[in-house]
Design a protein around this ligand. Structure first.
Ligand code: DOR
Ligand code: ZN
Length: 346
């Protein structure tokens, strides 16, 4: 029998939504994660410090008394963001990061940024305060192939931002390509990347196996197998600049299985079981705790969670549920299409 005990993980990129969907998904994060960086792409988005305070309150109200969980709030950067409000949110301790969505790049990103020169004042404040800019790294350009949008973004947008603000802490979120890995490897240590669970498991073929498979559609879109293999290699390497951000993004089954299905994969309930599987296959179970529980915390200047999580390897495969539901809302859980043997036992 094999067991591993690690500091309780953190999820440094999470979509919790609001209302009923928040109530449905939140307990699944709380079970396995001590803290999470909460994405601000609600409708309407979380733009101001006051928006972040209300959203924080809604999340705290949705927690049961015995749930121990800290949501770290982010602001959604727009061209009209007031830099003084960002500064105020940082000073109050409510704003832990600012999220840059290129306008139109992904779900609920229409209020994002088109003209990157309009956000300079805010970037200067983030740099001075040592607060990270979390970046959805894809260009929005119909002429650029969807599979090349991350690479193009690094060249066109990210490299100039890094050049103009060399001390700015940047996290390139949910990376999917060798190019993104290389960018992080070739820049200083205050440039990092998050990696999702699903991008460690699927390549672009998964979306089209035997038909169109909307539950494997996310943004950035999964790339070729060589990129997936590179992601696995770097995630399991122990390099401190690559850590877990699940980008677990719940949409109802109806919103996914549609003529124009939403991007997003809900992985939270199986995230730790899948990661243990991936790290075990690389003979790197000793690196799992760093990836899930230590390196991201360190990057955000936080101590590891004081509590622990134990995973046990069962010889008989565990059978996770296919979905979760509440009051008529049903969300499908990511299926890695391989047997899972690891189980969170406490
Ligand atoms: O697949 C994604 N889903 N990618 C994103 O960038 C946003 C997310 C969502 O909010 O559903
Ligand atoms: Zn996301």
């Amino acid at each position: 029998m094999k067991k591993i005990k690690i500091h309780k993980p953190d999820d440094w990129h999470l979509h919790l939504r609001n209302g009923e969907l928040l109530k449905l998904v939140l307990p699944h994060t709380v079970k396995d994660f001590g803290r999470a960086l909460i994405m601000p792409n609600l409708i309407p988005p979380v733009i101001t410090t006051s928006d972040a305070e209300s959203y924080h309150r809604e999340i705290m109200d949705a927690l049961d008394n015995d749930m121990d969980f800290q949501p770290f709030m982010t602001l959604y950067l727009t061209e009209d963001t007031d830099p003084r409000d960002v500064e105020d949110g940082i000073a109050k301790g409510i704003v832990k990061a600012v999220k840059l969505y290129p306008a139109g790049a992904t779900t609920n990103s229409s209020s994002g940024v088109r003209n990157f020169s309009k956000i300079s004042e805010t970037l200067a404040i983030l740099s001075a305060k040592n607060v990270p800019l979390c970046v959805h790294g894809e260009v929005v350009d119909g002429k650029v192939d969807i599979f090349d949008r991350e690479t193009e973004f690094i060249q066109r947008v990210l490299t100039p931002i890094h050049k103009d603000f060399p001390d700015l802490k940047i996290i390139l979120e949910h990376i999917t390509t060798q190019d993104a890995i290389d960018f992080v490897l070739n820049t200083p240590d205050h440039i990092a990347a998050t990696i999702t669970v699903h991008h460690l498991v699927i390549n672009r073929n998964h979306m089209f196996k035997g038909g169109i498979r909307p539950h494997y559609f996310c943004l950035p879109i999964a790339k070729r197998e060589v990129h997936r293999q590179s992601l696995v290699k770097v995630a399991t390497s122990g390099n401190p600049n690559f850590f877990l951000g699940t980008d677990s993004a719940p949409h109802t089954i109806g919103a996914k299985e549609s003529a124009c299905g939403c991007a997003g994969i809900f992985t939270t309930p199986v995230a730790m079981a899948i990661l243990a599987h991936v790290f075990e296959n690389q003979d790197a179970l000793d690196k799992l705790e760093g990836f899930t529980s230590l390196l991201g915390a360190e990057f955000y200047g936080q101590p590891p969670n004081p509590s622990f999580l134990t995973l046990k390897r069962e010889s008989v495969p565990i059978k996770p549920s296919a979905s979760i539901s509440r009051n008529g809302l049903e969300v499908s859980i990511f299926d890695p299409e391989f047997d899972l043997h690891w189980k969170v036992i406490d």
